[in-house]
Each structure stands twice: as C-alpha cells, then as structure tokens.
Design a binder for this molecule. Structure first.
Ligand SMILES: NC(=O)c1ccc[n+]([C@@H]2O[C@H](COP(=O)([O-])OP(=O)(O)OC[C@H]3O[C@@H](n4cnc5c(N)ncnc54)[C@H](OP(=O)(O)O)[C@@H]3O)[C@@H](O)[C@H]2O)c1
Length: 294
C-alpha cells in the first residue's frame, strides 16, 4: 500500500513520519511524505501532478493553512489550502475508491456555552480560518469518498511552533507571564493525534473488510480533559508565576472561540480507543524537549 502524507514537516506530519518508523506502522505500508516544497497545495496543478505521479492507495492530509491571525488578511491563500485542496483530494479519493484521512478544528464552532460539543453541532466559526476549515470538511463529505475527518484542538509537540515551546521560551526570559484564562479546550499532543488516528484508520479498514462498511464521518479527536490557556501554561512552567487574564486584554486580529470543549464519545465508541489525558502527554513532550535540547 502506498500512503501519501501531505504536510510532512508540520507538527502532525512530523509525528506521522516518526510513527512510520515504529512497530505500530503496518507492515507493507510505504509512506510517501511530501512537504510544501514538493507539493504546494495552494496550486491545484502541483497537487494534481503529485497525485498522478504517486498514485496513492490512501491519503493522510496533515497539511493546512494554520496561521489563524494572518488568515484574516490572506483569505485567498487560506481558502486554496484549506478548502480547494481538500476538495481536489476528496474528488481524487472518490474517483479512485481510496480513503482520505483529514484534520479539522475546534474553530469550526462558535465556542458559545460551557458544555462539550457533539460532532453534529452547527458550524458558526468566529474567524476566517474556522470558516475555511468548515468548508473543507463540507467539501470532503459532499464528495462521497471514504473519509475520516478528525477535528482536533490546541495541537502541541516537541517539533514545530506551538504554545508549549513559546511558553518555555518566554518563561525563561520573564519572572511572570500573563495568559488568557477564559478560553477552555483540550491540548492535543501531535504524536498522540497521529497514533490514535492510525489506530482508528486500521479499525475503519477492518470494519470495511468485515462487510460492516467504512465508518466515514467527522470525529472529535483530542487528548482527554479540558483546561484554560493559563492553566496549560502553569502546567508547562510550574516554577513561573502565571497571571490569568481575560481574552479582552489580549486582542488578536482573529477572534477565538471561548469554549472549545469537544465530546470524544463518538470516537471512543466507534473505534474503542480512549485518548489519554493531556497532562500525561504534556509530560512526555517536556521529556522529549529536555532529551533533545538539554
Ligand atoms: N495547530 C493547532 O493548534 C491545530 C488546532 C486545531 C486543528 N488543527 C489542524 O490539525 C492539522 C495539523 O496541524 P499542525 O498543527 O500539524 O499544523 P502545522 O504544524 O502548522 O503544519 C501545517 C503543515 O501544512 C503545510 N502547508 C502549509 N501550506 C501549505 C501549502 N501551500 N502546500 C503544502 N503544504 C502546506 C505546512 O508546510 P510547510 O511547513 O512546508 O509550510 C506544514 O507542514 C491541520 O489540519 C490543522 O488545521 C491544528
């Protein structure tokens, strides 16, 4: 089986590449990992060319336009990568009868209220990035291809740019930090996201072989338990004073949803996988960072 991974150098893409070197990776699966230099998703010809050349048996789309604030100004580019590219991928998958694994975001919801959202909740994004992710999901569903869309949140890792690494850098420079306290969500460790996705994909393929059908759909997939950005920062930097502030004191070009609690029930019952708590995953990430960067 030839597996095409897009977004090879992002947090999730790097985690998939690491995972492919472990025993968890299925025997006989050949990973072809492309970064934006080899396949530019903002150019449909570049994507079509890569698909024709590689002729994959399955696609893992870890690529996305993820600069949430910049997206307000770079709307065309954001749409090309987050809406048009997934649409091209989904059409290709539908035509060739192959599955597509894609990633979406808590930002497709408006974040109102304080309860956990289910996958069927209405989309009402509060920023352009969220709107583009919601449209990408809709295009994939409309295509009729076999798909798993994993909606995740607050992704962090020992690689790439993320909140954990930013906090560690700033925390080393300042005696106290001000961090937003009124946005709640689930931090998600990229290696866990890749590993749980792979397990779910294997289960989905098994269900198909058993004649029960590929369980196409949208699934929330994060580490378990929720927190605020301020409490997340406190867990990252136990020795540093973190002062919680309201979002109104930290204005950003793009609005953020306040409540990013996503129910994991559908994922857990469909695939019989229970994601571990984010605090456990954070510890592993901090250990990894210490090991590689001293
Ligand atoms: N990060 C989060 O907090 C978060 C939260 C919710 C959902 N998600 C979703 O989770 C998925 C994985 O996110 P992540 O955190 O791994 O993102 P990431 O670290 O920002 O990586 C995104 C990847 O997309 C690639 N990419 C961007 N523009 C591209 C283009 N024109 N052509 C080809 N590739 C392009 C980037 O390649 P280059 O590095 O070469 O530019 C990068 O490797 C995405 O679907 C994202 O929307 C992320």
């Amino acid at each position: 089986m030839k597996i095409l991974l897009l977004g090879a150098n992002g947090q999730l893409g790097s985690a998939y590449r690491e995972l492919s070197k472990t025993e968890a990776w299925p025997l006989g699966w050949e990973l072809v990992a492309l970064g934006s230099k080899e396949c530019d998703l903002s150019q449909s010809w570049s994507l079509s060319q890569a698909l024709e050349k590689i002729r994959p048996d399955l696609i893992l789309n870890g690529a996305a336009y993820t600069a949430v604030d910049l997206a307000e100004r770079e709307q065309e580019k954001c749409e090309a990568i987050n809406v048009q590219a997934p649409e091209v991928l989904a059409r290709y998958c539908a035509y060739h009868g192959i599955p597509l694994v894609h990633y979406s975001s808590d930002y497709v919801y408006d974040g109102a209220g304080a309860v956990e959202r289910l996958e069927g909740a209405p989309h009402s994004p509060v920023n352009f990035y969220g709107t583009s992710k919601a449209k990408g999901d809709e295009a994939i569903i409309r295509s009729g291809c076999e798909h798993l869309i994993f909606r995740t949140s607050w992704v962090f890792s020992h690689t790439g740019k993320n909140f954990v690494k930013t906090m560690l850098r700033i925390g080393a420079e300042r005696p106290e930090l001000k961090v937003v306290e009124d946005q709640v969500g689930a931090p998600t460790y990229a290696p866990d996201l890749a590993a749980y996705s792979l397990q779910a994909l294997m289960r989905a393929l098994e269900l198909k072989v058993e004649g029960r059908g590929f369980p196409s759909g949208v699934y929330h997939l994060t580490n378990s338990d929720h927190t605020s950005w301020a409490d997340f920062a406190r867990a990252i930097l136990p020795g540093v004073k973190v002062i919680g502030i309201p979002s109104s004191e930290y204005p950003t070009p793009a609005k953020r949803p306040m409540n990013s609690r996503l129910s994991l029930e559908k994922f857990k019952t469909t695939f019989r996988i229970a994601p571990r708590p984010w605090r456990e995953a954070l510890q592993e990430c901090l250990d990894q960072l210490k090991e590689h960067h001293g």
